[in-house]
Ligand binder design. Structure first.
Ligand SMILES: NC(=O)c1ccc[n+]([C@@H]2O[C@H](COP(=O)([O-])OP(=O)(O)OC[C@H]3O[C@@H](n4cnc5c(N)ncnc54)[C@H](OP(=O)(O)O)[C@@H]3O)[C@@H](O)[C@H]2O)c1
Length: 303
């Protein structure tokens, strides 16, 4: 058994579709390309509407099959809904719920019930492929009204699969609830804790490019600033330092998650992501060195 294989999450297996960059998503029965589009950036209202439609269409042409969105990503759900008319059969859309429903308290059953209907309207679908609870705390995950609302939506055929998106203690709580079939966690060179915190369910890796913290000098939100601190603190191999985006992608795409989400509003960065993944895994000794480097730093997971 190779060293790399030993470093894979103990409780899970990646199930590639032979001869392709597609994979079965855990035990959901869904299959998707390893590269998914994180549709956060494309929801920014400052981006041109037609350019974002072109980005979505180009992503499909490049083989992307999973789009991850949320109500808090600006115009993301509406834009995806419009751009995917007539193309729905070719893609999986995952979204999130738990907050932001007018007249309903966040993280309640009513908010989730109505949030699912609002997402169906914005995304222009009858069935949402995947709905995550969006990074709520562990207590919320245990609320019976929250659980009942999710289960009722799935039983009514409004949702295909239920998931949790987040990290740390709430992720551990999410794992204890067997009705969730999708886990979305951070996973990148400076945030590898989820490797030991997921199981055999579908795993979507978020923040794959560590929010491009390696390329940013401006003031940042605390989480991304922490990524930048980690990036600057560590002694990276030259190959990683030369092209951190490429190395991050190859590392994450072959390091655990079924799908790695890349957030971008730029077609050229999407093409770069496709090209990086087509290169395949990093050399095994480099991959192992990067796992060991993160282990030495004992960096905690970030939501
Ligand atoms: N709690 C949650 O549920 C949660 C939290 C975070 C993320 N997510 C999901 O995961 C997705 C991905 O995470 P993310 O968007 O936060 O972070 P990310 O994918 O790690 O990084 C996105 C950043 O990387 C830049 N970028 C993309 N390609 C690049 C390249 N080749 N070279 C240099 N920079 C590049 C993008 O800028 P450009 O737009 O200029 O390309 C953007 O600023 C999100 O969109 C979302 O779907 C979920």
């Amino acid at each position: 058994m190779s060293k790399l294989h030993e470093l894979m999450p103990r409780e899970r297996t990646i199930r590639p579709v032979e001869g392709s960059t597609r994979r079965a998503l855990g035990t959901t029965g869904l299959v998707a390309n390893v590269l998914g589009l994180g549709a956060g950036p494309l929801g920014d209202p400052r981006h041109d509407e037609r350019a974002m439609t072109r980005l979505i269409h180009e992503a499909i042409e490049l083989g992307v099959e999973l789009f991850d969105t949320a109500p808090s990503y600006g115009l993301s759900e509406e834009r995806l809904g419009r751009a995917l008319v007539g193309r729905r059969e070719r893609v999986i859309v995952s979204t999130k719920v738990g907050y932001g429903v007018p007249g309903e308290a966040d993280w309640t059953g009513r908010c989730i019930e109505r949030g699912i209907d609002l997402a169906r309207e914005r995304l222009r679908v009858d069935v949402l492929d995947v709905v995550h609870l969006h990074s709520c705390d562990a207590h919320t995950l245990l609320r019976s009204d929250v659980r009942d609302a999710l289960l009722a939506a799935r039983a009514a055929g409004k949702v295909g699969h239920l998931g949790y998106s987040g990290d740390g203690e709430p992720l551990a709580e999410a794992r204890r609830w067997g009705e969730l079939s999708v886990l979305q966690t951070s996973f990148n060179l400076v945030d590898q804790r989820a490797r030991d915190e997921v199981d055999d369910r579908a795993w979507l890796g978020k923040r794959t490019l560590m929010n491009a913290a390696f390329a940013r000098d401006e003031p940042l939100s605390p989480d991304v600033a922490e990524y930048r601190r980690r990036w600057r603190e560590a002694d990276w191999p030259d190959e990683v330092r030369r092209d951190p985006a490429r190395a991050s992608l190859r590392f994450a795409a072959f390091g655990g998650p079924d799908v790695v989400l890349v957030g971008t509003a730029r077609v050229e960065n999407l093409r770069a992501a496709v090209a990086a993944i087509e290169e395949g895994p990093l050399p095994e000794d480099l991959h192992v060195a990067l796992v060991e480097l993160a282990a030495r730093h004992t960096w905690p997971g970030m939501i």
